[in-house]
Design a protein around this ligand. Structure first.
Ligand SMILES: [Zn+2]
Length: 167
C-alpha cells in the first residue's frame, strides 16, 4: 500500500479554471498577438524600471559588452552602413558638431542644470552647429520625445526639414 496523499485541491481548481491554457493554444496567431500587446503594455508601464535594470546590467558586464560589440561590428559591417542610410542627417550633424564645437569644461547641463554637460544635442539636424549642451540622461529624454515634439509642431516644420536637406 502506498502512502495516502491528500488531493491537491488547489491544483485541480486551477486546472479547471485554466483548461484552455495549453501549450498548443498559446501558439495560435491570436494568442501570439495578445502576448505581444501585453508585452508592449508592460514595457510602457515599467519603462523606468526596465531602463534602470538594463543600465545596471551593462555597468556590471562592461567588458563583455565591449567585446560583444566589437565582435558584432566585425561580423556585420553592414550594420553601420544601414544605420548611416537610415539616420544620415543625424550622423552627419554629429560629425560636424564634434569637429567644430567643443563642450566647455565645467559647464552644467542646460536642461537639468544638475549634471556636467557631456553631450551635444541637435534639435534640428539641418543646423549642425546649433547644439544644446546636456548630460546623457537629458539627451536620451530629448531624443525620445523628439517624435512627439515634431508631431505637435506645424507641418511647415517638416517641409522646412526636407527643403534644408536638398541643399
Ligand atoms: Zn541634464
Amino acid at each position: 500500500m502506498g502512502k495516502y496523499k491528500e488531493p491537491d485541491i488547489y491544483k485541480k481548481k486551477w486546472y479547471q479554471k485554466n483548461k484552455d491554457r495549453t501549450y498548443q493554444n498559446s501558439q495560435t496567431p491570436e494568442a501570439k498577438k495578445r502576448k505581444i500587446i501585453s508585452n508592449k503594455k508592460y514595457s510602457v508601464n515599467h519603462r523606468e524600471k526596465i531602463l534602470l535594470n538594463k543600465r545596471e546590467y551593462t555597468r556590471n558586464h562592461k567588458q563583455e559588452k565591449i567585446a560583444y560589440d566589437q565582435q558584432r561590428r566585425k561580423e556585420h559591417p553592414e550594420i553601420k552602413k544601414e544605420y548611416y542610410n537610415k539616420h544620415k542627417e543625424r550622423v552627419l550633424a554629429g560629425c560636424k558638431a564634434r569637429e567644430h564645437i567643443n563642450i566647455p569644461l565645467g559647464l552644467f547641463c542646460q536642461i537639468c542644470n544638475k549634471e556636467l554637460a557631456t553631450q551635444r544635442h541637435h534639435e534640428d539636424y539641418f543646423k549642425p552647429l546649433e547644439v544644446i549642451f546636456c548630460c546623457r540622461l537629458c539627451h536620451e529624454n530629448l531624443d525620445r520625445n523628439r517624435k512627439e515634439r515634431e508631431k505637435a509642431s506645424p507641418e511647415e516644420m517638416k517641409k522646412a526639414y526636407k527643403n534644408a536637406w536638398k541643399i
